[in-house]
Design a protein around this ligand. Sequence first.
Ligand code: DGL
Length: 284
Amino acid sequence: MAGLTEVSAPVGVFDSGVGGLSVLREIRRELPGVVYLYVADQAHVPYGPRPLAEVRAFSEEIVRYLLTRGARLIVVACNAASAGALHHLREVFPAVPFVGMEPAVKPAAESTRSGKVGVLATPATFQGALFASVVERFANGVELFTHTCPGLVAQIEEGNLEGPKARAILEGALHPMLAEGIDTVVLGCTHYPFVIPLIQQIVGPGVRVIDPAPAVARQVRRVLAEAAPDVVAAASAGNSAPVRLVTSGDPVRFSEVVPLLLGEPWPAGQVRWTAAGRLEDARV
Ligand code: DGL
């Protein structure tokens, strides 16, 4: 499996688990010819309930790993890691361009008519200074209703996108918001776009659900075109490159869940955390 990471990958993407694949899917639509290396830190999923300092330490080491694999741009495809680590990562790796996630409060505030918007994210994202700053800059008098959807990330990690548990969690989060009159829902966790059909069923067609991934993918294209124009030029000439996935969890299980999420099989390799807190390829 170590072969999966042997070829250098100019764009590195990471998340606590499968969530960032909702972002990678859009990036790949935008730039299909680029080689991506995706790290799922499933040894530590979920990140959401963890202290931000811990999420920061994991993120820093994952970035270090991706840089040794040739990354010239890194996508923090995780709201919790963006909230906990993005600022820190830019300080520690000043020469590396990063694209991170932030809850899409801005487009929601611009388009809501009722002036009431629901935001679904994990506790880490709501705790971070990033969310506070997004609200301060963009909420503009719009009333926000937040919910952390405990247990939803675990359901999605298992590929349970429509089951009774996922439905119960989402109904518990969304029904009170609907009663308040929200007309927009912002997905502030990259796992949640995989349950958009279920969310849309619960909220009905009159409520807009915002997945930030397409906007993030366009941002990746802009930043990559500036930071590594040769990569974009080479990618435009070629066909879809294979995606390289690695997990710090169980690669067999990961490979089973990926087709449930993306509709296509992408084989996964394995990385492991050492006792010293380093991330390295697992020799199998
Ligand atoms: N997908 C992640 C996010 O966007 C993390 C979810 C988790 O691990 O709790 O926040």
